[in-house]
Write a new protein. Structure first.
Length: 91
């Protein structure tokens, strides 16, 4: 997969996580922690979306679009966030 598509995928997962966290009811006194986790997921989603837009604007021969290391890191991040979302929904 291309790096910008992986970045957009990760951004979508973080956005989905932030949306799902808005459906969680927190016990009294723990609302601030829930809001902080939701804000962190939203900020990470925005950062990944920005990285995806930046990678999409770069020419295909740019080093960041051709680097197997960059694609590998995005792939590992995609798998990790997917597992976090799935395990979070199960627990």
């Amino acid at each position: 997969m291309k790096a910008h598509l992986l970045a957009w995928y990760v951004a979508g997962l973080f956005g989905l996580t932030a949306l799902l966290l808005s459906l969680v009811t927190a016990v009294p006194g723990a609302e601030v922690r829930l809001w902080a986790v939701q804000a962190a997921a939203g900020a990470a989603g925005l950062a990944c979306a920005g990285a995806g837009c930046l990678l999409a604007r770069l020419p295909p021969e740019h080093w960041s679009n051709r680097s197997p290391l960059a694609r590998g890191l995005w792939a590992v991040l995609a798998v990790g966030v997917t597992l976090l979302v799935v395990l979070g929904a199960v627990m």
